[in-house]
Design a protein around this ligand. Structure first.
Ligand code: CP3
Length: 347
């Protein structure tokens, strides 16, 4: 039977007149219905671990906008928590974790086989979603890439330059690599369980890949993504993988070939014309509208949206933002973006 879901068709390499659309962080604080459900759950982590409510917030942007894909509502930092790290969120500041900078802290982590104890509510969210999503909507599962997850585990928080993680990488390479390996194996198990529960695509978020340069990018961004992608494809043939080595710049070139991912997600620091020529040659790309347009709207949003769709129109493309939508975005600008993409040939 021919594939009918637009997102899966793009991932299979099909060039479409109108690309499928979804948005990073589409379930989020810019939506009043999200804020209401989060308040009902109590806090962000309680929402992540409540399958009914996590499914509800995943469905909210699908009901409001009819996106072509829904992304599971969870967080990349649930994996460190499942490995035994303490995790909490400080309102207005972001995540905090217990740190891993010494062998004894690494030794206290749980084995990979134990992660499902913590993560099983997430799999239940996926099962609910695969029952409740409209038949045309693709369900995306996800995890953080090992490097990005490690940056939070090492520093115990988000850091502007990932300094503590780079310091460990250089100062105690063996410990750093052991941590990356633990996260890699946990990620394979986590993504496999999401697929078994009904995820149709998985995305690997390497939000801090851009701070790895040269050989370090190859070893700690490309290689873990290749290992995870290969394992997923061996266990679940036919499940597409999206890679997001954010801010990779020139290193976006060849990333799909080197890792085996079916699609490369692009941040908005690269021009769509450049990316069409150098990245989309290898297959599907996703992106890359600056999320600030969701705050500012207007003609600039329309012009930039059209420019991106046009630039990528000769190859497989999934329309998305270059990074997550921010809490100060106006929900009406999201609708304007969708209308612009869906009518771009008339414009
Ligand atoms: O809608 C979706 O995209 C799905 C759910 C999702 C969340 N986080 C929900 C979330 C996804 C895919 C993520 C990924 C994630 N989480 C990344 C990678 C992508 C990126 O943004 O670079 C990272 C680095 C994290 C870690 C994380 N989670 C941080 C640094 C923060 C705090 C910053 C912030 O935006 O508040 C979070 C919190 C978070 N994750 C929120 C949401 C909706 C906001 C929490 C809230 O409701 O208060």
């Amino acid at each position: 039977m021919a594939e009918t879901k637009k997102l899966l068709r793009a991932l299979a390499g099909e060039v479409q007149d109108v690309p499928p659309i979804w948005m990073m962080r589409q379930a989020g604080r810019y939506l009043p219905e999200y804020r209401a459900t989060r308040a009902q759950a109590g806090d962000f982590l309680s929402l992540c671990y409540n399958p009914e409510l996590a499914a509800e917030v995943t469905l909210q942007p699908i009901r409001r906008y009819g996106f072509d894909a829904a992304i599971l509502f969870a967080d990349i930092l649930l994996v460190p928590q499942a490995l035994g790290a303490d995790l909490w969120f400080v309102t207005g500041e972001g995540p905090r974790l217990s740190t891993i900078t010494q062998q004894s802290e690494f030794d206290a982590l749980k084995p990979v086989a134990d992660i499902h104890e913590t993560l099983s509510p997430v799999y239940e969210t996926v099962r609910i979603l695969s029952r409740e999503l409209p038949s045309e909507t693709t369900l995306i599962g996800f995890a953080g890439a090992p490097w990005t997850v490690a940056t939070y585990m090492i520093a115990g928080r988000g850091t502007p330059d990932q300094g503590p993680a780079h310091a460990l990488r250089e100062g105690n390479t063996a410990l750093f690599e052991a941590l990356l390996e633990r996260i890699t194996q946990a990620t394979i198990e986590y993504l496999s369980a999401q697929i078994e529960a009904g995820a149709e695509v998985v995305k690997i978020f390497d939000s801090w890949a851009g701070s790895l340069k040269g050989e370090a990018f190859q070893k700690y961004a490309v290689e873990p993504c290749r290992v995870i992608t290969q394992a997923i494809k061996e266990r679940h043939p036919g499940i597409p993988v999206i890679g997001f080595p954010r801010e990779a710049g020139d290193a976006y070139v060849g990333f799909a070939k080197a890792t085996g991912v079916d699609c490369v997600a692009l941040d908005n620091s690269v021009s769509p014309d450049w990316a069409a020529e150098h990245v989309q040659v290898d297959g599907c790309v996703q992106g890359n509208l600056a999320s600030s347009h969701m705050v500012t709207g207007g003609q600039a949003l329309v012009d930039e949206t059209r420019r991106i769709v046009q630039a990528f129109s000769k190859g497989p493309h999934i329309f998305n933002l270059g990074h997550g939508i921010t809490p100060d975005a106006d929900p009406e600008n999201v609708q304007l973006m969708i209308d612009t993409v869906r009518s771009w040939r008339d414009g």
